[in-house]
Design a protein around this ligand. Structure first.
Ligand code: NDP
Ligand code: PYC
Length: 339
């Protein structure tokens, strides 16, 4: 949010925001079940101050639904393909309802076998990834998820975009504290944050992207208008992005980031790809207990001088929102009411 935005902040109870978003999703063609899952996801991102994937995304969801690119009524098909492997065909719908349809079975399998995999394909993911993993850690499990997006990242050493912004999210229980959660794009910046910078008229840090001619640029408009992003950390982020393509698309049967063509669906914004989740039951390991080991690690990190864990900022924003309501700018509220 820019400083002019923060001057116009209004606060809304989480449940009211969720109801408003659910009504918007239903009005634009989602079934009540899909609308409920997406509204909870989007309201949670807004509550936690995850601005690139909160209500900022609503116009994109709406234009995508209107374009016929995604099926807001899709009923995912869940198949148990092996003792520890579930496959879900999201049938051209959103990934989160596909995860919701398989979640209980995934958790049961992880607890029975110690580890289980959920492979979702034919799915659209337009959201933050941490809401997909955090609940597993709250239930005492470790979860890792990857999802690929749309071609807009130049692999390290290449000269044209191929990968998506391809986030990786991880969540683990920690004794006596909130779960340890990180969620990060493998691009130098999430595409949503580039859009936010462009809207705010801000420059990007050097090393974020290139223009249409492949030259380094700090202008977000140049990245969005025919340019591309770079992976974070050079060849290292590029290798992680490649891994995400392999796991989220190669393994699940979903599209790679370059394999779908939405040009005939003007307004379409949601990547039609795949998602992988790996869930581990740490109670199967030997020793004093994983959550205690997590606590020990965090203690040592603090002793080494660390003041902020990944996920901590979100949890702090959440605590404020729980007391005062979820922050929205007046412009965001006006836009939601219009939708
Ligand atoms: P950030 O770079 O903002 O944050 C990445 C992680 O690092 C977060 O867990 C964050 O914690 C943590 N972090 C940030 N700063 C610090 C710090 N100073 N010290 C310690 N930890 C820190 O995220 P990205 O911009 O990479 O991604 C934003 C969102 O975009 C993600 O939710 C991602 O899932 C989403 N996304 C979705 C895509 C999709 O296809 N669906 C594609 C690409 C991105 P905290 O949350 O507490 O700030
Ligand atoms: O912010 O990079 C992004 C993104 C892509 C798809 C959804 N979010």
């Amino acid at each position: 949010m820019s400083s002019s935005d923060t001057a116009s902040i209004t606060r809304m109870p989480f449940d009211d925001l969720q109801r408003l978003l659910q009504a918007i999703f239903q009005r634009h063609g989602c079934s009540p079940e899909v609308a409920s899952v997406l509204a909870h996801n989007c309201a949670s991102a807004q509550r936690d101050g995850a601005h690139s994937h909160g209500v900022f995304r609503m116009p994109g969801y709406v234009s995508t639904l209107a374009s016929g690119w995604v099926d807001g009524q899709a009923q995912p098909q869940v198949s148990e393909v092996a003792a520890g492997f579930i496959s879900v065909d999201a049938r051209g719908g959103f990934a989160q309802p596909a995860l919701a349809a398989a979640r209980e079975r995934l958790e049961d399998k992880a607890r029975a076998a110690g580890i289980a995999v959920l492979a979702i394909h034919n799915s659209h993911h337009f959201a933050a990834l941490w809401p997909d993993v955090e609940p597993f850690a709250e239930a005492g499990l470790i979860a890792l998820s990857v999802v690929n997006s749309m071609t807009c990242v130049v692999p390290h050493g290449a000269h044209k975009p191929l990968f998506g912004t391809n986030p990786i999210a991880f969540a683990a229980p920690c004794h006596g504290a909130a779960p340890i959660v990180f969620d990060m794009a493998t691009s130098a910046m999430a595409h949503g944050d580039v859009q936010i910078a462009a809207r705010a008229g801000e420059q990007l840090p050097p090393g974020t992207g290139v223009d249409a001619a492949g030259q380094p640029t700090c202008d977000p408009r140049a990245v969005l208008d025919g340019g591309a992003l770079l992976p974070f950390g050079g060849h290292k982020g590029s290798a992680l992005s490649m891994m995400v393509e392999l796991l989220a698309a190669g393994l699940t049967g979903g599209h790679f980031s370059w394999e779908f063509d939405w040009s005939r669906h003007p307004g379409a914004k949601t990547p039609w790809t795949g998602q992988l989740l790996i869930v581990i039951d740490p109670s199967k390991a030997s020793g004093e207990g994983f959550a205690l080991r997590s606590q020990r690690l965090v203690e040592q990190m603090h002793a080494a001088g660390l003041t902020r864990l990944p996920g901590q900022r979100r949890f702090q924003e959440r605590a404020i929102a729980q007391r005062q309501g979820v922050a929205l700018t007046q412009a965001e509220l006006t836009q939601l009411r219009a939708l």
